[in-house]
Ligand binder design. Structure first.
Ligand code: NI
Ligand code: MN
Length: 242
């Protein structure tokens, strides 16, 4: 065989291989991982978005998100944002008054579009924080997730959650700085998501709460399923549909 025929054959072989890998069915899976307190990582394939990364530095070093969302200017929410952003080059989204670098400011009611979908900043009643505390509704590759941030009872979430068809709600239950179990149960009734996950409890002595009690109350008063996640545990929000 001549050299030219050989290289043409090699090229065809290579192109066949490349097109078969690129045509390989992409995963549609969306996975949520709880990182303790109010920290969550949402991922789709090798892409991920991190919220309120109050995690230890060892965990922080393993995280390479494209986006980090911070709800307000408290250390238990900013966490390792600056270090992770520096490592990963992630875009940091936070409300005005939140300290940090590399930030894109988002205002309450504002919806920002990204490659994965969009982020809407929602109100949060948390006068303990300086600046403007927020929550977020996130459309992450088609799964709609509400992270309440730190908030006390918030009746106005009803309309916002329904308009945006929230499927998964992440709600604080620890009380003191946020809704307690009873208030969070009522928030579930307002939002009526498919799944609720309790957060912001037991990290400190003044925010102790029983997630099992919360689960029982939610299931007694609503059709919402409660998933209690332990730190590091994953939940598949959407399976690959193939
Ligand atoms: Ni706070
Ligand atoms: Mn907090």
């Amino acid at each position: 065989m001549s050299k030219i025929v050989k290289s043409i054959l090699l090229c065809i072989l290579l192109l066949t291989f490349l097109s078969s890998t690129s045509l390989a069915s992409p995963t549609d899976e969306v996975i949520l991982r709880y990182l303790g307190h109010s920290a969550f990582l949402i991922s789709h394939g090798d892409k991920s978005l991190l919220i309120d990364p109050y995690v230890n530095p060892a965990t922080a070093n393993t995280l390479k998100p494209q986006y980090i969302l911070v709800t307000h200017n408290h250390h238990d929410h900013i966490g390792e944002t600056n270090m992770i952003a520096k490592n990963s080059g992630a875009i940091v989204l936070a409300p005005a008054g939140t300290t940090g670098k590399q930030q894109s400011i988002i205002n309450i009611g504002e919806k920002k579009e990204y490659d994965f979908g969009w982020v809407l900043a929602t109100p949060a009643k948390h006068p303990e924080a300086s600046g403007t505390p927020v929550g977020y509704i996130i459309n992450y590759y088609g799964v709609i997730i509400y992270h309440a941030g730190d908030t006390h009872w918030l009746s106005e979430i009803k309309t916002i959650a329904q308009e945006n068809q929230v499927e998964v709600a992440l709600l604080p239950i620890g009380g003191k700085y946020t809704t307690n179990i009873d208030e969070a149960v009522k928030m579930v009734a307002l939002i009526s998501p498919k799944i609720v996950i309790p957060m912001h409890y037991d990290t400190f002595p003044d925010i102790q709460a029983s997630p099992d009690k919360f689960k029982k109350e939610v299931e007694r008063t609503s059709g919402t399923e409660t998933k209690i996640l332990y730190s590091g545990q994953k939940l598949v929000l959407r399976k690959t549909q193939e």
